[in-house]
Design a protein around this ligand. Structure first.
Ligand code: FPP
Length: 253
């Protein structure tokens, strides 16, 4: 069974510090272009923002941080940019995993690994194994991930496990097969770079997530920018389908 139930079937606990933050790290290319640098320099600088946000989440007691590093659709980019991103991903794993481990961070990778080369898959598996018992922040990197891919692979798993089922499936029967079955649905979704879309990220899991979009480009998304996102989140009224008066009643009870 899944560790957590979804925000549509139960009322999740609302805490001032989000339990799960999901981020689309957009704007690396534009950041570099504004500085007359090649696009890939933006990705390189983006790693520094990753480092500081991971550290901040770990310090603040955020349970889960999920970063969209490479979508199923990003293969459509120019070949040299895709190659650069894959190399960067491998380099980050080589360089950062021992530091994450020392900080009690658990690393998980979600997405379709079948298109990754052998060295990358090996590093992913080793990193997950090394950090498996850590109890601090769970950092999930979505790589070659797509929300629709996730729902489809989960459906495949569910049907394979119930080949003779003739009655309808319930929502909670699917969640154990989704890639993020170990985490609650995200409380806060952050997208940098100003675009207002979900881009096939965690489609199922974002059902009741608070959305925060900032024009700040990912390489410029520093601790201060992150604090602003958290402040905005803390001002939201999370009703999960209820009316405002019901929440007030709950507070006074
Ligand atoms: C989107 O910006 C960013 C990506 C597709 C890659 C994100 C990768 C990193 C931040 C570095 C690696 C991170 C990890 C966790 C290993 P864009 O290129 O679409 O920017 P643009 O919209 O300005 O063109």
């Amino acid at each position: 069974m899944a560790l957590f139930q979804s925000s549509t079937s139960t009322l999740p606990e609302v805490t001032p510090v989000p339990r799960h933050i999901a981020v689309i790290m957009d704007g690396n290319g534009r950041w570099a272009k504004q500085r007359f640098m090649p696009r890939v320099m933006g990705h390189q600088r983006g790693v520094e923002s990753v480092r500081s946000i991971v550290k901040a989440c770990n310090n603040k007691g955020v349970g889960f941080l999920t970063l969209f590093a490479f979508s199923s659709e990003n293969w459509r980019r120019p070949a040299d940019e895709v190659t650069f991103l894959m190399k960067l991903f491998l380099k980050v794993l080589e360089k950062e995993v021992s530091k994450m481990h020392a900080s009690n961070i658990r690393l998980r990778i979600i997405g379709d690994r079948t298109r990754f080369d052998e060295a990358l898959v090996r590093h992913i598996e080793n990193a997950e194994k090394l950090t498996a018992a850590n109890t601090g922040l769970v950092l999930t990197i979505a790589a070659n991930y797509g929300g629709r891919w996730d729902v489809m692979q989960a459906m495949h798993g569910l049907i394979q496990a119930n080949p003779n089922r003739t009655t309808a499936f319930e929502e909670d029967e699917l969640t154990p097969y989704l890639s993020m079955n170990y985490a609650p649905d995200p409380d806060l979704f952050i997208r940098t770079g100003g675009e207002q879309r979900i881009s096939n990220f965690l489609l199922w899991q974002l059902a009741y997530t608070e959305l925060y979009v900032t024009d700040t480009l990912w390489p410029a998304f520093d601790l201060k920018a992150f604090e602003l996102a958290l402040e905005s989140y803390q001002k939201r009224e999370r009703r999960f389908g209820r009316i405002s008066e019901q929440l007030k009643g709950e507070k006074n009870a």
